[in-house]
Design a protein around this ligand. Structure first.
Ligand code: ADP
Length: 266
């Protein structure tokens, strides 16, 4: 079984004020996945980020920050706006996947998961197993959920990867993003950033602050933290560049692709 995450950075224009899908990338990725499954059938779960759809409302309503009872009506609407926005993105994605013949079925986190202090503490994955058994591709995405401590919170696609992998024990965990993997600093703003083939500790980063995108879910640091947690359980993952044509196809075919393996080993 493969768990594949497609970052919001690939599927949407995160800097845009409007919610925009990158239809070209989406179609290309859908076709790469389809080619691989045609070539060598396998179980696959897809996780996607919220990108420019989820982040603006989550930020506007400060979802995940403590609030007073009097603020509830506004927060509740903020929750609904965010949930609806990420659902919209998911519909575009599922439509593109179904168009190329991928049997995807959306299983939104907000409909069955809950958290405690922003960490998923319940979410029965039996439906994933049942859909997989019947040949479907379950799709889950960054979403809002109820939180026992904070009332409501945001759950990133990266945290979902961690939760799914921990509970379903996949053979491979792959994260597609818009850079080749992890560097000691942001490669988009630093030409001298050093690439890591293997990443084992947050200490390898120059500065943590410089490494987060303006992203309520934590950017690259958030991603690495989730994956290091997974590595502690003995599950390796790999970050690759999904903007490079055929990378997704190759990684699904177990072919060599440039990327960073996150593990605790040497
Ligand atoms: P996604 O939406 O694909 O899950 P994010 O946008 O949250 O990904 O994080 C990826 C971004 O993190 C990259 O576009 C890159 O600019 C930024 N980034 C910041 N610091 C680093 C780093 N040390 N190594 C790699 N990328 C980094």
């Amino acid at each position: 079984m493969f768990i594949l995450k497609i970052g919001g950075s690939i599927l949407t224009n995160k800097d845009s004020k409007e919610s925009e899908v990158d239809t070209e990338s989406l179609k290309r990725i859908a076709l790469e996945i389809k080619s691989s499954l045609d070539n060598s059938p396998k179980e696959l779960i897809i996780v996607h980020g919220a990108g420019s759809f989820g982040h603006p409302p989550a930020k506007k309503y400060k979802i995940g920050e403590k609030f007073d009872e009097s603020e509830y009506p506004q927060k509740r609407i903020g929750f609904c706006e965010t949930q609806n926005a990420v659902k919209k993105l998911n519909m575009y994605i599922c439509e593109a996947f179904i168009d190329v013949g991928l049997p995807v079925v959306a299983i939104p986190a907000s409909s069955f998961m809950t958290a405690t202090n922003k960490r998923i503490t319940s979410g029965n994955l039996d439906a994933f197993k049942r859909y997989l058994d019947k040949g479907f591709i379950p799709v889950i995405y960054g979403d809002v959920v109820l939180d026992d401590e904070l009332e409501i919170c945001v759950i990133s696609g990266d945290q979902l990867i961690q939760y799914l992998a921990m509970n379903l024990n996949p053979d491979k965990v792959i994260l597609g993003t818009d850079v080749d993997g992890v560097y000691n600093k942001n490669p988009k703003t630093h030409d001298d950033a050093i690439f890591f083939e293997k990443f084992t500790s947050l200490k390898d980063l120059d500065t943590f602050e410089g490494t987060t995108n303006v992203d309520v879910t934590g950017g690259m640091v958030g991603k690495i933290k989730e994956l290091l947690y997974l590595a502690d359980l003995g599950i390796e993952s790999k970050i690759i560049n999904a903007e490079v044509e055929n990378n997704i196809y190759k990684v699904l075919e177990n072919e060599e692709v440039k990327g960073t393996v996150i593990s605790r080993g040497n």
